[in-house]
Design a protein around this ligand. Structure first.
Ligand code: ME8
Length: 532
């Protein structure tokens, strides 16, 4: 090997422990997992981080309502989030909790540095506060929102406090420059425009401590000033890498992780964009740290046509997710999230009828069906051994060129986090195999002994194209694709970093044992009355 592989760092938001994991958390984490798996397979040096956000008034209140300590509530729900990571087969490299010493120690140091540089100063705040969002709302915006939370609709509360402030206003110009010089700092475009609007409104300093609750990290030496949860939480992206540790402090974070900073992608939902796209870069500028390359703010899942809400009881929650996994498989659930999810700027409906449609069309009728047709024909006509490639070509099906183009397109789309496009390139190959079978009719060729060579070449090309498609599809559906590899006689190690080599035409060796297996995705006939 020549140069060491390029680091690739991708993060999810860290999730509040006062909520149970649901489709929203699962979605963002699946997006990151698919990108992480693909880039590891491609040979990049990947770090994929997720975790839990455990401080703040919301957690303190939920714990009080339940009659437990905030730490006990955090422990219980962090364990639940970790259980879900295993249930959904996520390959995160670490799980950070903001109550861990490795995190709090570094946050305290950052705050000390920011006080010393004058970026954090003591002042007086009076204004409107959104308790659900833990966010101060400027007077003009509070008025526009009729003094209600833009997110929860609950009334804003009036707050008067002695607070420490972060000097956000000082970073106005540098943020404007950043947005101009790095047009893809915030994606998608519609979200970037929203942030440009916030910049045009002008930035004001942000209070970053509270005295009204105690569950959080205090300003060093001043117990009553508890850090605003966002300053604490955003820091996780660098504390997990040990960026705030001194050389030699190797017991809290494994050494060498600093190489992953800056992040390639902070993937988040659109409701927390301001913190990530304006406050966080300003904080990093104040700390003299490099900025992340892209904040990717996806839109929301809604449920069966309506916003998900506790009062409607229509949350796609864990039992519902488990139901989909039981009926369709985990990989089918991941496929639906990845190919249909709201990575763009509009919300997406999670509807059972749509799920079944996508399952049957992409997975049962296309991927599963194509693979079993080809494997069955090789079983029947060539005793289950991959035939010789031969020189037979059909116009319109230049397979080396078709597969190369699909591989290049998938790699390029993945790098841009365009997951559905990447998967579309891979599945497109499978659809081309189907068209190729329709055009060449191997089952008819098989009846004519003189067409033996042609038959061999056709089935080789089908199997080889499916093998290459499968390598691209693994990141989204690892379990099913490993099953497909067993059928195609492939012994592939997706941690070996050799995706490009594996995608080179001709990798399937003649004589490889090709074996029938269980149907990858049996067709689903819905029997539930709700789907009538
Ligand atoms: O905001 N559709 O945590 P959180 C898609 N702790 N994604 C959704 C969603 C939906 N309907 N609902 C939630 C916090 N999400 C802070 C983050 S980061 C430094 C601190 C996802 O538990 C989406 O990723 O409220 C959103 O950003 C995240 O859950 C919010 O999780």
């Amino acid at each position: 090997m020549s140069a060491s592989p390029r680091p690739f760092y991708i993060t999810t938001p860290i999730y509040y422990v006062n909520d149970r994991p649901h489709i929203g958390h699962s979605y963002t984490t699946t997006v990151c997992d698919v990108a992480a798996r693909f880039h590891r397979f491609l040979g990049l040096d990947v770090f994929f981080l997720t975790g839990t956000d455990e401080h703040g008034i919301k957690v303190e209140k939920s714990a009080a309502e339940r009659g437990v300590s905030p730490q006990a509530l955090a422990d219980e729900n962090a364990a639940e989030f970790q259980r879900v990571l295993r249930m959904l087969d996520f390959t995160n490299d670490d799980f950070i909790r903001t109550t861990q010493r490795r995190h709090t120690l570094q946050v305290e140091r950052f705050v000390q540095r920011l006080i010393a540089s004058g970026d954090i100063y003591l002042g007086q705040y009076e204004g409107w506060y959104d308790e659900g969002q833990e966010e101060f709302v400027p007077d003009t915006r509070a008025k526009d929102q009729e003094y209600k939370s833009a997110v929860s609709g609950r009334p804003l509360v009036r707050m008067r406090e002695e607070n420490y402030f972060f000097r956000l206003s000082a970073y106005q110009q540098r943020l404007e420059d950043l947005y101009r010089e790095q047009p893809e700092f915030v994606r998608p475009e519609a979200r970037r425009n929203e942030m440009l609007g916030r910049l045009r409104d002008g930035l004001t300093d942000v209070p970053v401590t509270r005295t009204s609750f105690s569950w959080g990290i205090s300003i060093p030496g001043q117990d009553k000033h508890v850090l605003w949860v966002w300053l604490d939480a955003l820091s996780n992206y660098v504390t997990a890498l040990g960026i705030g540790l001194e050389p030699g402090e190797t017991d809290l974070v494994p050494p060498g992780r600093a190489r992953f900073w800056p992040a390639d992608y902070h993937v988040i939902g659109k409701e927390i964009l301001f913190f990530h796209a304006i406050f966080w870069p300003a904080m990093l500028m104040a700390l003299d740290l490099p900025l992340p390359r892209c904040i990717y703010a996806h839109s929301f899942w809604i449920s069966e046509g309506r916003k998900m809400s506790k009062s409607l009881g229509n949350f796609i929650d864990l039992p519902t997710i488990q139901g989909y996994i039981d009926s369709f498989s985990l990989d089918a659930f991941r496929w639906f999230l990845i190919t249909q999810g709201p990575l763009g700027s509009t919300d997406t409906d999670f509807a059972r009828t749509k799920f079944i449609e996508v399952y049957n069309s992409d997975l049962a009728n296309t991927l599963g069906n194509s693979l079993s047709r080809v494997v069955n024909m090789i079983g029947k006509y060539f005793d289950g051994r991959a035939p010789r490639p031969g020189g037979f070509a059909v116009s319109g099906f230049d397979w080396p060129a078709l597969t190369n183009a699909a591989v290049d397109a998938a790699i390029a789309s993945m790098a841009r986090l365009e997951l559905s496009e990447a998967m579309g390139s891979a599945l497109g190959l499978v659809r081309q195999v189907d068209s190729f079978i329709d055009a060449t009719r191997p089952f008819t060729m098989a009846k004519d002994e003189s067409k033996r060579e042609e038959l061999a070449a056709v089935l080789y090309q089908c199997a080889e194209a499916l093998r290459i498609a499968s390598v691209l599809l693994w990141c989204a559906m690892p379990n099913k694709i490993e099953q497909a590899w067993r059928m195609l006689g492939q012994n592939i190690d997706p941690t070996a970093g050799n995706l490009r080599d594996l995608c080179r035409w001709g990798g399937l060796k003649a004589g490889t044992a090709v074996v029938k297996g269980e149907a990858l995705f049996p067709r689903f006939a819905d029997t539930e009355p709700s789907a009538q």
